[in-house]
Design a protein around this ligand. Structure first.
Ligand code: DSN
Length: 417
């Protein structure tokens, strides 16, 4: 279909409309957040058009002295954020990946050979597309063995992961998820990886901000490589990073450039530096704690209204609702729930639940996350009201009548300008 918006003005109008949409709705998408103006400012800077293929001090272009300093600052800020001072010499930071998928692909490309075995969490149980799904390059290139969660408890079963590791002897084990609401035991994963001489990759994309804020144990000391996006709980610009043990640094760097990427986006690296610095401020730890407290409270509120929360609750920023086991909502699909809620002004995503019998575009679940709304100022005390809105929409298929109340509620929580 040909677009109607073929002028600069109409693109700006669309962007204004997108701003209004955010302000007028409640954003419960677990992977979204709002970076503040200081973090977003570098994205519009002149650094965006500087070519700087290579790494600080070793570029293929002239005129890189200043962007070299920007990249060094981002690398150091990342180390300061996640690695204790006495251990920083043992780690290497790469801040160039354009996205989480690029970071993961670069790790596989740098450390593995095609056909090598990866043990990872299946997407259907809360993993990620780039952790070896058959449709993704990772699944087409490597031999993938999946672990999942227990069908009854919804929890990771470390004995089973260990059994699979011993049986299949993977070269790489991935610990990390997009829809797992419980604490991940990186120490246990580290022991399993060591016992079979595998690399351990911790993909902390969802929980990076919680780790930075002290609300989730860190994989530092257990994982050989850590990848993450920068825009989820970490509240930075879109992008990613890789932290790895120093001896893997040159493999990782070469695998990013020239292996899988060309010129780094220096404006985005500058914005990442700002985000890494801001996540070290004490106020960020308060933010992370509030996200977890709000998620727990909302899960409890919904549970008391008959909703089935996978694994029984949450330790982090998100949780999954299994509609097929929620009283009175058994026939509602995730897709229908997502659409109903969006009409009423509550934005989230349908999500497969472990063992889902519906296809991925329909699903029997929804995923709820609090990072974006807590950035906008929502508090655990607001959760009973939010649960009431969600419940009324879902049970009574009520959208029109509540739309105005939900808009008024959403407008109380300002989107960072
Ligand atoms: N698709 C993202 C999420 O929503 O969790 C991860 O890449």
């Amino acid at each position: 279909m040909k677009s109607k918006f073929l002028s600069v003005e109409s693109i700006n109008t669309l962007l204004d409309a997108e701003s209004t949409r955010h302000q007028d709705t409640i954003n419960l998408i677990a992977s979204e957040n709002y970076a503040d103006a200081q973090t977003r400012a570098p994205l519009a800077s002149i650094a965006g058009t500087k070519y700087a293929e290579g790494y600080p001090g070793k570029r293929y272009y002239a005129g890189c002295a200043i962007v070299d300093e920007i990249e060094r600052a981002a690398q150091q800020a990342l180390l300061d954020l996640f690695v204790p001072e006495g251990q920083q010499d043992l780690y290497h930071a790469n801040v160039q990946p354009h996205a989480g998928s690029s970071a993961n692909l670069a790790v596989y490309n740098g450390l593995l050979k095609p056909g090598d075995t990866i043990l990872s969490m299946s997407l259907a149980h809360g993993g990620h597309l780039t952790h070896g799904h058959a449709i993704n390059l990772s699944g087409k290139t490597y031999t993938i063995v999946f672990y999942g969660v227990n069908g009854e408890t919804g929890l990771l079963e470390y004995e089973e992961i260990e059994r699979l590791a011993k049986l299949h002897r993977p070269k790489l084990i991935i610990a990390g998820a997009t829809a797992y609401s419980r604490t991940i035991d990186f120490a246990r994963f580290g022991l399993i990886a060591k016992s079979v001489d595998a690399f351990l990759l911790a993909d902390i994309a969802h929980i990076a901000g919680l780790i930075a804020g002290g609300c989730h144990p860190s994989p530092i000391g257990y994982a050989d490589i850590i990848t993450s996006t920068t825009h989820k709980t970490l509240r930075g610009p879109r992008g990613a990073f890789i932290l790895c043990k120093k001896d893997l640094g040159s493999k990782v760097d070469l695998s990013i450039m020239p292996g899988t990427q060309g010129g780094p986006f220096m404006h985005a690296i500058a914005a990442r530096a700002v985000a890494f610095l801001k996540a070290q401020e004490p106020v960020f730890a308060v933010y992370a704690r509030t996200v977890c407290a709000a998620a727990k409270k909302l899960a409890n509120e919904l549970q008391s209204r008959g909703y089935h929360i996978v694994s029984g609750g949450t330790d982090n920023h998100l949780f999954l609702v299994d509609l097929s086991k929620s009283t009175g909502l058994e026939s509602l699909s995730g897709k229908e729930a997502e659409m109903l809620l969006e009409k009423a002004g509550i934005v989230l995503n349908r999500n497969a639940i472990p063992g889902d019998t519906r296809p991925p575009l329909t699903t029997s679940g929804i995923r709820i996350g609090l990072p974006a709304m807590v950035t906008r100022g929502i508090q655990p005390e607001d959760m009973p009201q939010l649960a009431m809105f969600i419940d009324t929409v879902m049970r009574h298929r009520e959208t029109e009548h509540l739309r105005e109340d939900i808009r008024t509620f959403a407008r109380r929580f300002t989107v960072p300008a």
